[in-house]
Design a protein around this ligand. Sequence first.
Ligand SMILES: CC(C)(COP(=O)(O)OP(=O)(O)OC[C@H]1O[C@@H](n2cnc3c(N)ncnc32)[C@H](O)[C@@H]1OP(=O)(O)O)[C@@H](O)C(=O)NCCC(=O)NCCS
Length: 348
Amino acid sequence: MRKPVPFAIGPLSSFIAADVRRLAAAASRHDGLEPLSEVPLLRLELDEPWLTHVVARSHSGGVVGYAQIDRSGADASAELVVHPSYRRRGTGSILLATAARDAHLPQFGGEPGQRGKRLTVWAHGNLDCAQGFAAAQGYAVVRELLLLDRSLDGAGQGIVQGGRAGGQSGDRLAAGAGDGIRLFSPGADDQAWLALNAAAFASHPEQGRLTVDDLHQRMSQPWFDAEGFFVIPADGADDVGHRGLAAYLWTKIHPATGSGDEGGGDEVAAGTSGEVHGEIYALGVAPACQGQGLAKRLLRRALAYLAEQGCSRVVLYVDGDNSPALAAYRAAGFTQAALDVQYAALTI
Ligand SMILES: CC(C)(COP(=O)(O)OP(=O)(O)OC[C@H]1O[C@@H](n2cnc3c(N)ncnc32)[C@H](O)[C@@H]1OP(=O)(O)O)[C@@H](O)C(=O)NCCC(=O)NCCS
C-alpha cells in the first residue's frame, strides 16, 4: 500500500535544513551511525548550480527523506537518507531516481547525444538496508572508504613508534622539539596549504578540490583549533611558510555527546559519541617529499597532541586502495573499525 509522497527540489531554508538535520539524527540513532557525512551537512543551506537538494515529505508535512547531489566533480556524488519509520515505502527509490536523473542531465544544451555524469552514492557503514536497496536498484560497489581507529590509552606517557600505546620500547613523544614541525598559521599559510593539498590529493575526488572558501569554512567551525593543525615547511621555506609546505596533518577533536544528539553533528562512527575522541582529519605530503618519513613524524606528533587533549581514541578515513597511506596508518597502530562504500549503477 504505497501512497505517493510529496517531493521538492531546490535550496533549503534554514528551517528545512534544521528538519534535515533532525531526520539525519533520527536515522543515526536508529542505524548507529550518521547517514550524511560532514560535507553534505555543511552544504545544507548552500544554493549553487552544481548542487541539488531533494526533500521528501510525509502527508502531514514532516521531512522524511533527503538527497543531496553534488555535480561539481568528474562523477556526480549523492548521499541520501530516509527516516526509519518511513522506509520500505518507495521513498528511497524516488530519491535515487531523482538523483540519477539530475546527474545524467547534460550541464549545457546544444549538442545532440550529450549526457551528464555518472552518479555515485555513498553508503556509510554499508548497512544491510543500503546493501538491499543498492542491489534492488542495480547498483554495485565502486569505492571503499575505511574507517580506522586506535586507542590512545596511556598515550600521554608515550606512544610507541610501532603503534602500541604505553609500551615499554620505542620513542617517547615530547611534543615539538627538533622534529621540524610547526603549527599552521591561519591566513599566512592558506595559499601554501591549498597548493600542497591539491598536489598531495591530485587524484582524490574530494579532498584535492578544496578551495580557499572550503578552508575558511572549516576554520570557522567550532571544532577548528590551529593548535592541532601541524605543517612541515618545504626546504628553504620561511618560518611561516609563504614559500611552501612539504606536508601537513590536520586533527579534529570530537567532544563527548549524549546519546540523544539532535544537532545532526558529524560523529564519525558508532560508539564514539560517549567519549572525547580525536580524528586525523587530513594528512598530506607533497609528491616530491613522499617516502622520507614525514607522515610518520606528523602522526607521532598528532597522536601525542590528541592524547594530551584527553582523547581516548583516534579515528581516520582512508581509501581502501591507498596502499601507502594504509601502510603508514597500520604501522602507527590503526586497525579497521568500519567501512563506507560508494555505489554506482551497473549501467546508466
Ligand atoms: C537505503 C535507504 C535510503 C532505502 O530507503 P527506502 O525508502 O526504505 O527504500 P525503498 O522503499 O525505495 O526500497 C526499494 C527496494 O530496495 C530494497 N530494500 C530497501 N531496504 C531494504 C532492506 N532493509 N533490506 C533489503 N532490501 C531493502 C527492497 O528491494 C525495496 O523494495 P521492496 O520494499 O518492495 O522490497 C534507507 O534504508 C536509509 O535511509 N538507510 C540509511 C542511509 C543509507 O544507507 N543511505 C545510503 C543508500 S545507498
